[in-house]
Write a protein that binds this ligand. Structure first.
Ligand code: ADP
Ligand code: ADP
Ligand code: ZN
Length: 221
């Protein structure tokens, strides 16, 4: 299973990624989480990435691609992985195809979670996240059992600095111009599958499992 998960900010990528990775026992590779961890630890990569992330812009392709290559070369990726939030540009998608083809591998599926812009501000401003494990919650739609605490690891939940209304609008714009072209990129390679991300979290997960089951069967044939 080698899955790419993409969609606008707030589509539910992180939320669904956790469930998919649990079910298929594959590592969850979220470029956003890796950047945030580096920012928290004040590494050179974190210092560089922060300049872009706080404004809602993309971190440059060369930095991001190098970071993902390093991650995909680790041993736990041998039997598959889920990429959440990468690729986000056509250049990144080409770099991933290059990485795969140089190893005679291919993607199982590129899964688009579709959610109209009108849902996004509400989802993002109500989002609360756990920096320790990457779990994401919502003050109305996905409350933690104990307010302000992560169900999975017990750490404090925070509101991301880039989840303000203005920055979210900027990120939506960036999505439309730089990431939406991936729809055609993957469609033309017959890898694109789409789910309606406006449904309840468990229903979205059901649709995803159905798609992944079918894609996996196709590859085995
Ligand atoms: P969301 O889950 O809200 O879509 P992420 O946590 O995936 O956001 O990413 C947060 C920020 O990290 C992005 O707005 C961007 O600045 C940066 N980022 C994450 N992934 C990438 C990528 N593949 N290329 C460039 N920048 C990225
Ligand atoms: P992304 O990683 O795509 O930016 P998240 O998974 O972090 O998105 O979800 C964004 C916010 O919306 C979170 O607060 C999350 O709890 C909430 N959310 C996710 N999926 C749904 C859904 N299907 N319905 C309602 N809220 C959702
Ligand atoms: Zn946690």
């Amino acid at each position: 299973m080698k899955i790419v998960l993409f969609g606008p900010p707030g589509a539910g990528k992180g939320t669904q990624a956790k469930s998919i990775c649990n079910r298929y026992s594959i590592p969850h590779i979220s470029t956003g989480d890796i950047f945030r961890r580096n920012i928290a630890e004040n590494t050179p990569l974190g210092v560089e990435a922060k300049k872009y992330i706080d404004k809602g812009h993309l971190v440059p392709d060369d930095v991001t691609i190098r970071m993902v290559y390093d991650r995909l070369e680790q041993e736990d990726c041998y039997n598959g992985y889920l990429l959440d939030g990468f690729p986000r540009t056509v250049k990144q998608a080409e770099a991933l195809q290059y990485f795969l083809s140089s190893r005679k591998e291919c993607l199982t599926t590129a899964l688009l979670i579709e959610v109209p812009g009108s849902f996004i501000i509400d989802r993002m401003t109500g989002r609360r996240v756990c920096l320790a494990c990457g779990a994401s919650y919502h003050i109305k739609y996905n409350k933690p059992k104990v307010q302000g605490r992560c169900d999975v690891c017990g750490s404090d939940l925070i509101q991301r600095k880039d989840d303000t209304e203005d920055t979210v609008r900027e990120r939506l714009e960036v999505y439309e111009t730089q990431t939406a072209p991936l729809i055609d990129f993957y469609k033309s390679r017959d890898l694109l599958r789409t789910v309606d991300g406006t449904k309840a979290i468990n229903l979205v997960f059901e649709s995803i499992c159905k798609i992944l089951g079918e894609s996996y069967d196709n590859i085995k044939k």
